[in-house]
Design a protein around this ligand. Sequence first.
Ligand SMILES: Cc1cc2nc3c(=O)[nH]c(=O)nc-3n(C[C@H](O)[C@H](O)[C@H](O)COP(=O)(O)O)c2cc1C
Length: 343
Amino acid sequence: MTNNTVSLPFGPDAPWLAPLAGYSDLPFRTLCRRYGAACSETEMVSAKGLVFGGYGTERLLGTTSEDTPLVVQLFGAEPEIFERAMPILLERGFTHFDLNCGCSVRKVNKSGSGSALMTRPELLLRIVGVMLRAAGPGNVGVKMRLGFTPEDENFLDLGRRLEDLGAGWLALHPRTGKQLFGGTARWRAVGELARAVGIPVLASGDLFRAEDAARCLAESGAAGVMFARGALTDPMIFQRLKDILAGREPSARTAAGLAEAALTHIRLCRELDGTPRGFRAIRAFLPRYAKGFTGIRALRQALLTCHNWVELEAMAGSITHLAEDLAAPESLDLEPLELTQDY
Ligand SMILES: Cc1cc2nc3c(=O)[nH]c(=O)nc-3n(C[C@H](O)[C@H](O)[C@H](O)COP(=O)(O)O)c2cc1C
């Protein structure tokens, strides 16, 4: 049953969790919401996988009543497939959708999907047209890059055309497709897009700390931000941004906070995805949270010795203990994450 009453939050103090293949699963989305994420996107879902019952699609669509508002992100390059995929999603009660025009992973681009779609604007618009006809005007957004190559930066033209078509919002990761994660995100371009269209524009790109997001909002005039790698290191980043915007000192990034987040995340994983996959997933998250703290080696070591959920929870308890000795980081030297095989 479709629930058309859900509306999406847009605003500087309504940060979203970005789509993160391999990471923005139900437990992580729930954790981020508890720390202030106003909206979340799913990991990207293959439109083809949905239609033909591809491996893993079911897990990607798992959700709960707490996991709202939720945007399902789709990727693909065939309008006919989207014609078939959309009714499946609407039937299951999903209301908002995003077309992935930003992913630059070779496997995705090779099929003409992700940022490669930006090289075929007519096709891109046809797909969004199909999605909009199914979901209704305003219920579809597009996440894109500047263009596929620096010579072909067509985000402004595409943004205007998408608005005319009825898209509800745009999200821009201001790098080219070819650039992957190299160089720096051009937040100025987010401002150019925000001024060129009347629909909300969300900024993505190099928002590693809440302070980065506050600066990006001020520099670009974007309607809001989407946290990606920043949330993978610090799921409390959403609340910190809200604090900054409200003129409050954001709480310090402490080891006690880290331990609390770790324990909550472990429990959510166990409850919502207590599978071996869920267990592997949480073990991959935890060292990232501790990035920048001293004692991370001990944490990694402790994780290696955990073979079940009970041991993992006990270990998180010992992080709290260990935490008292941890020094807050002076700098958060973040490297772009290695992308998972799935992405
Ligand atoms: C591990 C990983 C997975 C990602 N998966 C997706 C995805 O499924 N769909 C998408 O549109 N973007 C995806 N992205 C891009 C992010 O949503 C975001 O736009 C990008 O990381 C830039 O933001 P950041 O520099 O603040 O991390 C992914 C990025 C990373 C690092």
